[in-house]
Ligand binder design. Structure first.
Ligand code: HEC
Length: 170
């Protein structure tokens, strides 16, 4: 009985292999064109980073001298409280997409502190530079629990990163 089962299984197996093996044999060999293409692709820099750095180069001075990746690293300090992607939710702080040209304290659905609600200006690079250098002296009593980015170059890189990432999609 067991013998019969084994040989039945073998027959089924062979039957399954048969056509596949024949197909393989009849498949023509793959053309050996473009032998150097994969090597070239692995050497080229990631196209995303290149495009983002090009966007930085198109910014007004001094932000055109910033490094995208350096700004991204500084923004890691903001990420726990802020999103920057379009339509991303607010966290402890408001979503920063489109912050340039936005009236301070004006994002729908975010509950700002009184000093921020009472302030009256539009965010631009210069205002952001002051705010980010020291949020508490810039606007005393605000609720952003963040010491600030004291290093000028880091602020330049961060603001350039914000300009690129918070811009509405083209
Ligand atoms: C610990 C959380 C926290 C961190 C870290 C933080 N923020 Fe904030 N941020 C807030 C809060 C809360 C507010 C709202 C302040 C208020 O209403 O008083 C705010 C407000 C802002 C605003 C004003 C937004 C508006 O709609 O007017 C900007 C711009 C901003 N933050 C940028 C940054 C950047 C850039 C960083 C990183 C360098 C950062 N924040 C780090 C919590 C944070």
């Amino acid at each position: 009985m067991r013998q019969l089962l084994i040989s039945t299984a073998l027959v089924v197996l062979l039957a399954a292999c048969g056509p596949a093996a024949e197909q393989n044999a009849s498949t023509p060999p793959a053309p050996s064109a473009q032998p150097s293409a994969p090597a070239a692709a692995s050497v080229a820099p990631a196209p995303d980073t290149e495009a983002l750095q090009a966007a930085i180069a198109a910014l007004p001075a001094p932000y055109n001298e910033a490094t995208y990746e350096a700004g991204q690293r500084v923004f890691a300090q903001c990420r726990s409280c802020h999103t920057i992607e379009a339509d991303a939710p607010n966290r402890v702080g408001p979503n920063l997409h489109g912050v340039f040209g936005r009236e301070i304290g004006s994002l729908e659905g975010f509950n700002y502190s009184q000093p921020v609600q009472d302030a009256n200006f539009v965010w631009d690079a210069a205002q952001l530079d002051h705010w980010l250098a020291n949020p508490q002296t810039f606007l005393p009593g605000n609720r952003m629990a963040f010491a600030g980015v004291r290093n000028e170059t880091q602020r330049r890189d961060l603001i350039a990163y914000l300009m690129v990432e918070s811009a509405p999609a083209p």
